[in-house]
Ligand binder design. Structure first.
Ligand code: TRP
Length: 327
């Protein structure tokens, strides 16, 4: 079976945009590939080294959401990067053969240096972030890496690092490929991209009444002032989101009634909230279970990390041997 590796920084509770954009795809992939999914907690450290107090808590919250979304520890390996120190060893080796120029050219680097002002990311590890990512991926000889388009340059760099390693020391690493699956880029409650930093999300953990309250505050078609005005569902975030989560026939009927002023925005919001609640129901159910069984979540993470370690050590032995630094 072909191998997949992917990771997420420990941001804590996940939202519907994270689910639609990545997690839902991971859940599918676990049936088709041998998958390694991990919490990139050392990556978080490269920019958030000054305050590490939330990392473990956020890691557990995120893994809880992964399990609720349907990741199954019997089908995939779920682990934390910091529990597999071999990543650090491979990172060091990769850092010796990565020219500075390659890192200076990574587009995300310049962009982040310009945009992040609330913390100092002029540190050594932040610059080397993509090298650590290359180590994460090569650590398991991944064939594919499911990531968003924003990560394309990092995967390209990983391929270059793998190639350079192979040139010096012989064929050890396959060149991994990015797997950019068509995913939904979800709009948030305020019309911007759904993102934790915009505070416009629906969390997987939101209770039905929270979802109802959040949806009630969404803005609909701005030109529809009175209930009797005909609406324009194509210009309405509520209508558009409803279409994503309701059966097409139901959305079609609502669109027609909206254009004819047969239904009001409040009705559509209620329908959207209902659709979301129903859509999330299986996740909510598992989430309730895992929230009450946090020890089990912790054990899954520790067990998965042991499995990852065994594989990582096997590959590190190959690396050391290829480099003639094995004893
Ligand atoms: N850089 C990725 C992100 O910010 C997270 C990540 C770290 C990752 N290591 C990885 C993703 C390895 C895929 C494979 O989203």
């Amino acid at each position: 079976m072909k191998r997949i590796v992917s990771g997420m920084r420990p941001t804590g509770k996940l939202h519907l945009g994270n689910y639609e954009g990545a997690l839902k795809n991971w859940v599918k992939l676990q049936d088709q590939y041998q998958c390694f999914f991990f919490v990139a907690d050392w990556h978080a450290l490269t920019s958030d080294y000054a305050d590490t107090s939330k990392i473990k808590e956020n890691t557990l919250a995120m893994v809880t959401d992964w399990l609720a979304a349907g990741l199954d520890p019997n089908k995939c390996v779920i682990f934390a990067q910091s529990l597999v120190p071999q990543h650090a060893e491979l990172h060091l080796i990769f850092s010796t053969l990565t020219p500075l120029g390659w890192l200076e050219r990574v587009p995300t680097y310049k962009e982040m240096r310009e945009n992040i002002t609330d913390k100092d990311i002029g540190n050594y590890a932040f610059f080397g972030y993509p090298v650590l990512q290359a180590a994460d991926i090569c650590m398991y000889k991944a064939d594919y890496v499911p990531v968003g388009k924003d990560q394309a340059a990092h995967i390209e760099l990983t391929r270059e690092i793998a190639r350079r390693f192979n040139q010096f020391y012989g064929d050890v690493f396959p060149e991994p490929q990015a797997l950019h699956t068509e995913v939904l880029q979800l709009t948030g409650l305020d019309g911007r991209k759904m993102s934790k930093s915009y505070n416009n999300t629906i969390e997987l953990a939101d209770a039905p009444d929270v979802i109802q309250a959040k949806v009630r505050k969404m803005i609909t078609d701005r030109t529809r002032i009175k209930r009797t005005d005909p609406g324009h569902p194509e210009d309405c975030d509520v209508c558009k989101m409803h279409r994503l989560f309701a059966p097409a026939a139901v959305a079609d009927q609502f669109d027609a009634d909206c254009r004819g002023a047969g239904v009001g925005c409040v009705d559509r919001k209620r329908a959207l909230a209902d659709s979301l609640i129903e859509y999330l129901a299986p996740i909510t159910e598992r989430l309730n279970y895992y929230r009450d069984h946090q020890d089990e979540v912790r054990d899954i993470l520790l067990e998965g990390s042991k499995k990852a370690q065994a594989e990582a050590e096997r590959i590190m032995a190959e690396v050391r041997s290829a480099m003639k630094i094995d004893w």
